[in-house]
Design a protein. Structure first.
Ligand code: ATR
Length: 270
């Protein structure tokens, strides 16, 4: 039963049963003494908009959006923030004055996790971004706002990498390369491909890793991913996407409630 006396939030996706968002937001709400309810909503693959509109009629105040609906959410919004516009995708919705407004907190989640939790300041650093799909696009602007020395994008299809370069080149030094031609060492290597899902190792030269390199997989799983295991073997530091997930949730919570939740305990809880 939905308790209409408290503010309603949800995460909408398909599948959704595995989502950690209800747990994260319940912790944030308890910790900051915010009276709200947050649940997981399964939307039919062809029924995202109907699910959102029903949720609004049921008293919904805001929602997170996860796979495969981030693009649908972007298209559904009456207004989007500049960050969501750059990402071309929306993961956070709120409803005000009969309008649906969207933002994207994924990129902020990533850079907050790297800077605050992994203690890596990205200013003047070399970044290697593996992948040029939706996940990569979503983090480009927040990464560039950290003023790295450069970002080199490596992707199977160079066409997609060039698209990213053309979209973001006014914000910093960008270039692209094939995996096998990647040159030099990097301070940060981000896996934004979906290769980890298929347990495939990317053909990245071993020489990209130094002992100080942070190899960051945007995916998270109970076990280290293949990408992380390989980087560990080569002596690099590794991190998975758990911190990014926690920090993007914290940012959504802040957008909705105006209160910034504490994330340290959640980060340490696994
Ligand atoms: P997402 O929203 O997760 O980014 P996507 O937009 O489909 O999903 O992008 C998937 C990314 O993973 C792409 O960069 C894709 O490379 P291509 O653009 O060349 O298809 C990359 N990818 C997926 N599987 C891969 C693999 N086995 N090896 C290398 N790159 C892979």
């Amino acid at each position: 039963m939905v308790n209409r006396k408290v503010d309603q939030y949800a995460v909408i996706g398909n599948p959704i049963a595995h989502s950690k968002s209800p747990y994260l937001h319940a912790v944030f709400a308890r910790q900051s003494q915010q009276n709200l309810s947050y649940r997981a909503l399964l939307a039919p693959l062809n029924g995202f908009e109907a699910t959102v509109r029903q949720f609004i009629r049921d008293g919904g105040r805001g929602a997170n959006v996860t796979l495969p609906f981030k693009l649908d959410a972007f298209n559904l919004c009456d207004e989007v923030t500049p960050g969501a516009s750059a990402a071309g995708a929306v993961n956070t919705l709120w409803f005000k004055n009969k309008k649906i407004v969207g933002d994207n907190t994924d990129g902020i989640g990533l850079v907050t996790d790297i800077a605050r939790n992994a203690y890596l300041c990205l200013q003047n650093k070399r970044i290697l971004l593996l992948g040029a799909g939706g996940a990569a696009r979503g983090v480009m602007l927040p990464l560039l706002e950290c003023q790295p020395a450069e970002i080199i994008i490596a992707n199977r299809s160079s066409e997609k990498a060039w698209k990213l370069i053309n979209q973001f080149k006014q914000f910093g030094k960008l270039s692209c390369t094939e995996f096998k031609d990647i040159q030099g060492q990097f301070d940060l290597v981000i896996n934004a491909t979906s290769a980890s899902i298929a347990a495939q190792l990317l053909p990245v030269p071993d020489s990209v890793y130094a002992p100080t390199t942070l190899a960051y997989d945007m995916m998270y799983a109970d076990q280290p991913t293949l990408f992380m295991k390989h980087a560990t073997k080569l002596g690099a530091q590794t991190r998975d996407g758990w911190g990014m997930l926690v920090e993007q949730a914290a940012e959504s919570f802040y957008l909705w409630r105006g209160v910034r939740p504490e994330t340290a305990k959640l980060l340490a809880s696994r």
